[in-house]
Each structure stands twice: as structure tokens, then as C-alpha cells.
Design a protein around this ligand. Structure first.
Ligand code: ATP
Ligand code: MG
Length: 435
């Protein structure tokens, strides 16, 4: 019998995940690494609202893209306005930068992070609420800035230990004129092979034929491999830009492969496009994707402003770190020390000692036992806390002005320490552990 509606447990929305305490340290490690890195490259953080007017995404991402056609969370608010939960960050970033005059006769290097929403079929590495870190640079038209954002991402892989597990794929989409001419050639080619096109591709043939190149359908692969290549139809300026970028990447020792079928699913890209991919995550293998979008600011009513950026999927990168077992100890969020009053008589002194340790050893991760209980249950809680060390305070310790340090994870004699020795000993033990 089904339960009456009112007592049914309410659950999270499909494809929207809770981030539980055993995972948050790894996310913090990732986010802190990104934050430090962007600072080192002179990128400033920008935070935009999660909700925007629907028209912003329709006009930027493109009406006939997967995102706008079928993936957006769009709703009417109480005023009857059409609003959308942001499916990506670039559109809002450009809107905000324009609205606040950040693009007026100046360059900007910006980054953001936060949740994005797309109504997709949830699976490993693909969710309905997911998180991205994005980087956008405005007002710079040469390939040097394309190279810079790629170098920034490459350094992130190095710092996370991922360099050997990701590949940089590059392509150029040329100018919009070159793309339009190429589009006609491509449509003509696809018309010749109409019988080989699947349903999705037939639909795209009129709306967005370049996206057909992106198809993962294995039956179409041989036909797609022989399709005309945009790379062979580039305008001179785009060719020069692309050669400039590859020369810079070579000088910086960044390996890449040219993927002539890389087109990206958003309409605003032109010239450089790139993806960082991995083979370790199955079919959800793109961990970072971006490119140049010189036309977007103008399209939203601003002055022509060259721009380049990328977005990376945090869930996929976290999955990758876990899959490859590249999670450093510090990202496990383990406690260093559990401070344990052995009975209620020691509660006050234990709390004061814990506070003093927090003042003197700010790097120490320390938890104080709260909630009383028998000595046995207190020791059990110390053990379950995951801490490496426990500091015990009882009647004897208090009388002698000492504390007992117990090693919870190793066979090692406990130490009786005078309060004066505590700070040094704990400081040394905790830094040994982290080294
Ligand atoms: P895909 O081809 O995997 O659908 P996309 O082209 O739609 O990706 P972008 O819009 O370029 O992706 O987003 C940049 C990155 O954000 C992706 O490379 C991926 O790492 C991540 N991402 C995109 N959609 C999702 C999702 N639904 N769940 C988790 N991560 C995602
Ligand atoms: Mg997608």
C-alpha cells in the first residue's frame, strides 16, 4: 500500500547532488587550488546571480543548441517574467561585465565558480545541477591570451597531478564568413550522404550542421572522418591566429592534438576552440572546454570586444582525482587531534586548553569532546573521530598541570606532557604528518 502523501519522505531532485561531509574537503582542496592559481595569473573573481532573464541565454548560446532547445530550467516568476537557472557562466559574466562598465576601454581577466543547471539525463559525470569554474579574458585579440588561459589550465593539471591523464584538443572555427562558406560545403557533403545520417543529424542539417561533426554515433564515424574540414577552409587572419597559438604552446612545452571535428555546442565561439579530455571517465571525458568568442559582447549590444575563456566541470575533475587515487592526505579532511576530558570534572579545563591550542597552532585540526558519557564511550568517540592523536585530561593530569597524549593510529607509547611542552610537541607531530 502506498503511504499517504503527507508522510512520504521528500528526496532531493534527480540529478542534483548533496555534497556530504566526507567529500567536502576534496572540493575545498580543488577550489583552494583554483583560487590560488587564478590569483597567480592576475584573474579576479566575479560572482553573478544564478538566475537570469531567459532571453540572455537564448541570444548568446543560440536558439538551436541542445542547451537552449531542451536543457534549460526556465520558469515564469510571480511578475510573469521568463527566467532561467543559468546553464553556463559566460553569458552572465558578459552581461555583468557590460552592465557595470568593466569592458569600457580596458582589458579584464575574470574567473567565477558555482552551480549550473541543465535538464539532461543524469549519469556518471553528468548531472542536472553541476558546478563549473570558468575563466574569461576580455579586450585582447591576439593568440597570446588564448595561450595564457590554456597555460593556466595546464598548470592546474600539474598542481593536481593530472598532467599525464589529460589531452589538449585544439581546433579553429575561423571567422563567421569562413564558417558560413564552410557550412555550405558541409551541408552539400551531408546531402550526398543523407542515408547515413541519424535522426538527430537530420534535424541539425538545417539548423546547426556543424554540430553533426560532434556526433558520437559510431555508424556515422567513417562518413564524418571524410567530411570536409574547417581547418582547410580557414580565412587568412584566423589561420595566422591559429599558427600563432600553436607556436606559443610549443614554446611553452604544451602538447596538443588538432581535432578538426571539435566544434563545441555553443553558438558564440569563433576561431580558437579547445577541450581537455581524459579517457579515464568513460564517455563523459571532457573536463574543460573553451575558446574565443569575439562576437558575443557586440551581439549583446556592446562595442566589439575580443574575448576568450573556458569552463571546467568540477564534478568530473573530482571524479578523476578519485578514480586515479590522486587525493592528497590534506584533501581527506582528517582531524589531527581529539581533546578528551576524561570526566565531567575536566570539561572546563579541556575546553580552555582546546581554545589555547587553536590560538597557538592555527593549522591544527582539532575537535573537542562534547556530550559527556562514560570514559569508555569517550575513548570510542575519540577513535571514531578519525583523529591521529588524542589529548586526555583527567583528575591526575589537572592536579599535575599535565596532559596525556595518546597515539590512536600507531603502536606507540603514550606521552605525559607538561602543559608547557604541549605546543611544541603537537606542532611538530602535526607538521610531520602533513609533510
Ligand atoms: P558535454 O559534451 O559533456 O555535454 P558540453 O559541451 O555541454 O559538454 P560545456 O557547456 O562546454 O559542456 O561545459 C564545460 C564543462 O562543464 C564540460 O566540459 C563538463 O566538464 C562540464 N559539464 C557540462 N555539462 C555537465 C553536466 N550536465 N554535468 C556535469 N558536468 C558538466
Ligand atoms: Mg552538453
Amino acid at each position: 500500500m502506498s503511504k499517504p502523501e503527507s508522510t512520504k519522505k521528500i528526496q532531493a531532485i534527480r540529478g542534483m547532488n548533496d555534497l556530504l561531509p566526507d567529500q567536502s574537503a576534496l572540493w575545498q582542496y580543488f577550489e583552494e587550488t583554483v583560487q590560488r592559481l587564478t590569483q597567480r595569473y592576475g584573474y579576479a573573481e566575479i560572482r553573478m546571480p544564478i538566475v537570469e532573464q531567459t532571453a540572455l541565454f537564448a541570444r548568446t548560446i543560440g536558439e538551436v543548441t541542445d542547451i537552449v532547445e531542451k536543457e534549460m530550467y526556465t520558469f515564469e516568476d510571480r511578475n510573469g517574467d521568463s527566467l532561467t537557472l543559468r546553464p553556463e557562466g559566460t553569458a552572465g559574466c558578459v552581461r555583468a561585465a557590460m552592465e557595470h562598465g568593466l569592458l569600457h576601454n580596458q582589458t579584464q581577466r575574470l574567473w567565477y565558480k558555482g552551480p549550473m543547471f541543465r535538464h539532461e539525463r543524469p549519469q556518471k559525470g553528468r548531472y542536472r545541477q553541476f558546478h563549473q569554474v570558468g575563466v574569461e579574458a576580455f579586450g585582447l585579440e591576439g593568440p597570446d591570451i588564448d595561450a595564457e588561459v590554456i597555460l593556466l589550465s595546464a598548470r592546474l593539471w600539474r598542481e593536481l597531478g593530472l598532467s599525464d591523464h589529460v589531452t589538449l584538443e585544439l581546433n579553429s572555427l575561423g571567422s563567421s564568413e569562413a564558417r558560413a562558406a564552410y557550412r555550405d560545403k558541409l551541408v552539400a557533403y551531408f546531402e550526398q550522404h543523407r542515408d547515413l545520417l541519424d535522426e538527430d543529424s537530420l534535424r541539425r542539417l538545417t539548423s546547426n550542421p556543424l554540430r553533426i561533426l560532434d556526433s558520437k554515433n559510431p555508424d556515422m564515424a567513417p562518413m564524418l572522418a571524410d567530411a570536409p574540414k574547417l581547418m582547410d577552409h580557414l580565412d587568412d587572419a584566423s589561420r595566422e591566429h591559429f599558427d600563432g597559438l600553436t607556436a606559443l604552446l610549443q614554446a611553452a612545452g604544451i602538447d596538443y592534438v588538432i581535432n578538426p571535428r571539435l566544434v563545441r555546442g555553443l553558438d558564440y565561439y569563433g576561431r580558437t576552440v579547445f577541450e581537455w579530455t581524459t579517457t579515464a571517465l568513460g564517455s563523459q571525458g571532457t573536463v574543460c572546454a573553451g575558446g574565443r568568442y569575439d562576437g558575443l559582447v557586440e551581439q549583446l549590444g556592446g562595442k566589439p570586444t575580443p574575448a576568450v575563456g573556458f569552463a571546467m566541470g568540477i564534478e568530473r575533475l573530482i571524479l578523476l582525482l578519485e578514480t586515479l587515487e590522486l587525493v592528497p592526505g590534506a584533501a581527506l579532511g582528517e582531524l589531527d587531534l581529539y581533546v578528551l576530558p576524561m570526566d565531567d570534572g575536566a570539561t572546563t579545563q579541556a575546553m580552555l586548553l582546546a581554545e589555547r591550542l587553536r590560538s597557538e597552532l592555527p593549522a591544527l585540526r582539532l575537535q573537542l569532546h562534547c556530550g559527556g558519557g562514560s570514559f569508555k564511550s569517550r575513548i570510542k568517540k575519540a577513535d571514531r573521530s578519525g583523529a591521529r592523536l588524542a589529548l586526555l585530561l583527567g583528575e591526575t593530569e589537572l592536579a599535575e598541570g599535565r596532559a596525556t597524549l595518546k597515539f590512536l593510529r600507531e603502536e606507540r607509547e603514550q606521552l605525559s606532557l607538561a602543559q608547557a611542552e604541549l605546543i611544541d610537541t603537537l606542532g611538530n607531530l602535526a607538521s610531520d604528518e602533513r609533510a
